[in-house]
Ligand binder design. Structure first.
Ligand code: SIN
Ligand code: CO
Length: 384
């Protein structure tokens, strides 16, 4: 899947994290990648996160999956409802392919593709999210209304687990048809309502760590490495006029003990890489039954077979020096130099790729590929 008319540099400059943008069908050829009944099937599976939102008699209701197969037959014909399924890209390759044209945004910022299905009048009500989203209309029509910027003080409807806005004043309104995309920046109030039945919307969602989450995760990691004997010491203690004073030199040393660790940038980069590449759905297991032998690997790759990244796996890297990178895959950090570093960059920049014959000569690169195939983060593409 790719776009024909879309200027990603212009989009980043003028819209990303700044203002909503309607992008009328930019796809080379739009094809809805998932059928409604396949989505309903996913919502019944135990390891899939699904929600059903119904609206009846002025009342919103939320049910969590897995749903029973007969649940859909019981839904009223008159009351609007919508089904939402999280991380469908991790389960369905054709939905994962929707991400391809959005790769101008870094891997670590991508969260997942949520898919919704609604009957006429269905929607989740006016709300805001903390994250950027591209709302891709897959099937049918949806009216999107956008309001102002919200924050922690924005009033929500009482006793409401759907976090609906108490007041919603739309400033803009569009009707999206298949292939159309609406970009909504974080915290912008929005409300989408299906016009007619069979309305499917794909939410290409991003993530951005909160400062609280970063501090909690980073300090928790630091604490794991600290020893009880790593303690304040003052062999140079000076006589104080008042023993009640916590002296400036003592404070300097105490503060230094904290700052030295908290501000270790190289250690932070390593931690953040592993933290942000930890998979959301570790159950999507691509591990082969038998570990792959290095000779077999070289032969298959040498024959031109392509490798495919597991869509539930996360891949990124940090440059550490000339020709050396730290590769992060599924919460693991792997130091790579030379040919292995070149492979790490190829892997992070491409969802599906073939390996250059030069890399096949490198024992280090071959070991790395075998390790990733054995871990289920990579597999040979079926398309060959
Ligand atoms: C939907 O697809 O109905 C909801 C998407 C959203 O508002 O974030
Ligand atoms: Co939303």
């Amino acid at each position: 899947m790719h776009f024909t008319q879309f200027d990603s540099a212009e989009f980043l400059r003028t819209a990303w994290q700044k203002q909503p943008r309607l992008i009328r069908n930019p796809w080379a050829a739009w094809r809805n990648p998932l059928e409604p009944d396949e989505l309903a099937g996913l919502a019944c599976e135990p390891d899939v996160e699904a929600r059903l939102v119904t609206y009846a008699r002025d009342n919103w209701d939320l049910e969590h999956g897995p749903l029973r197969e007969d649940r859909f037959a019981k839904l009223g014909k008159k009351e609007p409802w919508t089904l939402l399924v999280q991380a469908v890209d991790h389960h369905v390759p054709a939905v994962a392919a929707l991400l391809d044209p959005f790769r101008f945004i870094p891997n670590w910022r991508i969260d997942d593709v949520m898919v919704s299905y609604a009957v006429d009048g269905g929607g989740v009500g006016p709300h805001f999210d903390q994250y950027d989203v591209f709302l891709v209309q897959g099937l049918g029509k949806r009216r999107w209304q956008l309001g102002g910027l919200c924050d922690g003080t924005t009033e929500l409807q009482p006793h409401d687990h759907l976090r609906l806005l108490a007041r919603f004043e739309p400033f803009q309104e569009w009707i999206l048809e298949p292939g159309d995309i609406l970009y909504v920046p974080p915290r912008v109030a929005h409300c989408g309502v299906a016009i007619g039945d069979d309305c499917m919307t794909y939410s290409v969602g991003f993530r951005a760590p909160s400062r609280a989450e970063l501090l909690a995760g980073w300090t928790e990691h630091l604490l794991e490495e600290l020893e009880d004997g790593d303690r304040f010491a003052d062999p140079d203690l000076q006589h104080l006029e008042n023993p009640g004073e916590i002296s400036a030199p003592a404070l300097e040393r105490l503060h230094g003990m904290v700052a030295e660790r908290l501000l270790d940038r190289a250690a932070f980069a390593r931690w953040f890489g592993t933290y942000s590449s930890t998979p959301k759905n570790p159950d999507i297991d691509w591990r082969p039954e038998q570990p792959i032998a290095p000779d077999d690997l070289r032969e298959v790759l040498g024959g031109g077979s392509a490798l495919l990244r597991n869509p539930a796996s996360r891949f990124s890297f940090v440059r550490e020096g000339p020709g050396s990178v730290a590769l992060f895959v599924d919460g693991r950090s792997i130091s790579c130099t030379g040919a292995a570093a070149a492979f790490a960059e190829l892997l992070c920049g491409n969802v599906r790729f073939t390996v250059d014959p030069v890399l096949l000569e490198s024992a280090h690169a071959m070991l790395l590929i075998a390790e990733l195939v054995d871990a289920g983060s990579l597999a040979f593409s079926d398309e060959d």
